[in-house]
Design a protein around this ligand. Structure first.
Ligand code: B12
Length: 319
């Protein structure tokens, strides 16, 4: 039946149905589709390039009722696969595919998907999981606290139980670091607030991943960051403070080997930080020990990257 010969009530019913369908379509598209900007970030090209692909019919899109382009997840995946974009296999991934298959066969099925990508050394796969979580609205601290940390904790447990070798642990950490760098590259650039944060891990602590996570959190809040990485002597950090006078210092302590020496160096270091009224955040599993906390006073003992982000935001509002 044609629209113009429908009785008035039927016509308004049809109008309401169209409205509901259009609303549902928009909602569905929000759930399962990427915006032009998101596709651009995934493929590491500009928004204009994505629009050109769409205009040329290479990448199919749908339109919202407002006329905006929306790209279905499967369509973007097809396009990336066919064009070898964004999902390219990077250094180490090819041999890693075989290693991953071996690991997947021998390890428990119940491990997280990210865990498998990390232990298998599949950088792109791991990065896509993190980027996917970000695009689906997971916060950055959430990605770190709820995806990366549990996967790395599992790596540590299996290593401790002798089910993963040291080399597999090394591959997992390197893969996690590289995946975090890739995620960092697609994060929207925040408005910079002109503040500087310094982060590192304490001397004799070789765990570097927490320093990269802290760095990314600060950057995401609009801070400039100097990350000195693992194994940073406190006397050397004190010199950097005098030179750069940062607004915040964040030190990661996963393991504490020589507590007496570290406590001595830390006292001198905090005197220097105190002169410039610079707050110090300490984070890491070594700080779970009450005795260690007593010897290492700090403005915050962060137990999660969510707490770091929160603390940083509160500092910012004071400025
Ligand atoms: C990778 C790894 C290594 C690598 C690091 C490589 C690298 N380039 O970074 C290498 C091989 C060097 C290594 C060495 C060792 N490791 Co190690 N390692 C790990 C592993 C698997 C992952 C570490 C990691 O990056 N985690 C990611 C962080 C962010 O997660 P997390 O530690 O759970 O942190 C949580 C909080 O503590 C907090 N947090 C942690 N750090 C920070 C920092 C900031 C700033 C903030 C805000 C929050 C925060 O947030 C997280 C969320 O809750 C852990 C397992 C684990 N549980 O993590 C073991 C682990 C930390 N290592 C351990 C051990 C024993 C060692 C060695 C002593 C082994 C040995 N006998 O040689 C040496 C020590 C070397 C040294 N002097 O540093 C133990 C520590 C046990 C303990 N006493 O607490 C663990 C827990 C493994 C285990 N299950 O037994 N390790």
């Amino acid at each position: 039946m044609q629209d113009d010969i429908l009785p008035p009530l039927r016509r308004s019913e049809k109008f309401v149905r169209i409205l509901i369908e259009s609303h549902l379509k928009n909602k569905l598209m929000e759930l399962k589709c990427f915006t032009t900007k998101e596709v651009a970030r995934l493929c590491r090209v500009s928004d204009a390039t994505v629009k050109r692909w769409e205009d040329a019919g290479l990448l199919r899109s749908e339109r919202t009722s407002g006329g905006h382009r929306r790209f279905r997840v499967e369509e973007v995946a097809r396009f990336q696969r066919e064009q070898n974009l964004g999902l390219k296999i990077s250094n180490g991934d090819e041999s890693a595919v075989r290693a991953a298959t071996r690991c997947r066969a021998s390890l428990h099925q119940s491990e997280s998907a990210l865990f498998h990508s990390l232990v298998g050394g599949c950088e792109e796969e791991a990065a896509n999981k993190l980027i996917g979580a970000h695009l689906h609205g997971e916060s950055l601290p959430g990605i770190f606290d709820d995806l990366i940390c549990p996967a790395m904790r599992r790596v540590g447990e299996l290593w401790y139980n002798g089910e993963l070798s040291i080399t597999q642990e090394h591959i997992a950490t390197r893969t996690a670091c590289n995946a975090v760098f890739k995620l960092r590259n697609v994060l929207p650039v925040p408005a910079m607030n002109g503040a500087l944060a310094i982060c590192c891990a304490m001397e004799a602590d070789f765990h570097e991943l927490p320093t990269h996570l802290a760095q990314t959190i600060f950057e995401n809040e609009g801070w400039e960051v100097l990350n000195f990485g693992a194994n940073t002597p406190l006397y050397s950090l004190a010199e950097e403070i005098a030179q750069h006078t940062p607004e915040l210092i964040c030190i990661s302590v996963t393991v504490m080997n020589d507590m007496e020496r570290n406590a001595r160096d830390y006292k001198i270091f905090t005197e220097q930080a105190g002169k410039f009224k610079i707050p110090v955040i300490l984070g890491g599993r070594a700080l779970a020990d009450e005795q260690i906390r007593r010897r290492f006073p700090a403005e915050l003992y962060a137990q999660s990257f969510g707490e770091v982000a929160e603390f940083t935001r509160r500092l910012k509002t004071k400025q």
